[in-house]
Ligand binder design. Structure first.
Ligand code: ASP
Length: 324
């Protein structure tokens, strides 16, 4: 399924964000991902597409699902995957991010999968190395593979992305997931709403091509997809809401608020979830409507497609030949 978009080659050296990708490129990434979904459900999940290739997961910020997902993706394609454990890394000894990248680069990896707490750090690092770099989340900037796995989940359930009404609720300000999803959904022709308290909206919200609501009942009205976001307290350096209890009352997803969305609306959350804060536990576990587990499953397929396309693409081979 291509969502009405013709396939195209993936002519990018790195995957640093969704912004800047074209509809055919996103279509290609989703189509390749789709081909891995079935493979991942078989007993024998292994391919040798990345045999001989080295993937380094370089995480400067904690992660469970994203790191595991990239690790599985690399291994299922037959690559060698190394996880950099930061507690024992040179970072603790005072080495800079760039020095670490250069050191790893000298070991000839084929892909660096990087997560960093600062927006823009992954791009900076990508300019210093001569392998492909995948952004696994940089600060509150972008998390492209999360948006792709969300898109794959939606496309498989709804058959399309264009024309859908998607509402993203919660801590948009600190969320790289929200930014990547807004870009992807806009590029693919969906309409995007945001629901958040004014204090949790980013200053650039007017330029994002979204409709803004502060009332959850109004924001959810007639929506096809309800995407919830975690309150990212680790990035908050001030008080952005009075109390968790009050936050849940106004912005937590429960059946009452959900009743405003379309009866077939899907419930999504990138995880990790704070049950009883941004989402009621019963709603999160309502597997007639909640696709939260499916999102995790699609994550592996999407990361396989990204690793494959970046490793085997002509743009990468060309850069390798010129040793840049
Ligand atoms: N796991 C997602 C991220 O890394 C969402 C979250 O942490 O709330 O951005």
């Amino acid at each position: 399924m291509t969502d009405g978009v013709a396939p195209a080659p993936f002519a990018h050296r790195h995957l640093l964000g969704i912004q800047g990708l074209s509809p055919p490129e996103i279509g290609l990434l989703l189509d390749r991902s789709e081909s891995y979904v079935e493979q991942n459900r078989r007993a024998d999940k292994k391919k040798s597409v990345l045999r001989g290739r080295t993937i380094i997961n370089l995480f400067f910020e904690a992660s469970t699902r994203t790191r595991t997902s990239f690790e599985l993706a690399g291994k299922r394609l037959g690559g060698d995957v190394i996880n950099m454990s930061l507690s024992t890394s040179a970072i603790k000894k005072g080495e800079t991010v760039m020095d670490t990248a250069m050191t790893l680069n000298a070991m000839h990896p084929d892909v660096l999968v990087v997560r960093h707490p600062e927006s823009g750090a992954v791009k900076l690092l990508s300019e210093q190395v001569n392998c492909a770099v995948v952004n696994a989340g940089d600060g509150s900037h972008e998390h492209p593979t999360q948006a792709l796995l969300d898109a794959l989940t939606i496309r498989r359930r709804k058959g399309r992305l264009s024309g859908l009404r998607v509402v993203i609720c919660g801590d948009v300000m600190h969320s790289r997931v929200a930014r990547s999803n807004i870009h992807l959904l806009n590029i693919m022709g969906a309409s995007v709403r945001l629901v958040a308290p004014a204090t949790l909206l980013p200053p650039e919200v007017e330029r994002l091509g979204v409709e803004v609501f502060h009332d959850m009942h109004a924001g959810l009205e007639g929506c096809d997809i309800v995407m919830m976001l975690r309150l990212q307290t680790e990035r908050m350096h001030a008080n952005f809401f009075p109390s968790v209890r009050e936050y849940f009352h106004f912005f937590g997803l429960d059946y009452d608020k959900l009743s405003r969305a379309n009866p077939e609306a899907l419930i999504m959350h990138p995880g990790p979830m704070n049950r009883g804060v941004e989402i009621d536990s019963v709603v999160a576990d309502d597997y007639g409507r909640s696709v939260i587990r499916e999102q995790v499953e699609m994550g592996v397929a999407v990361r396989m497609a990204c690793l494959e396309l970046l490793t085997l693409n002509p743009a990468a081979a060309d850069a390798d030949a010129r040793n840049i």
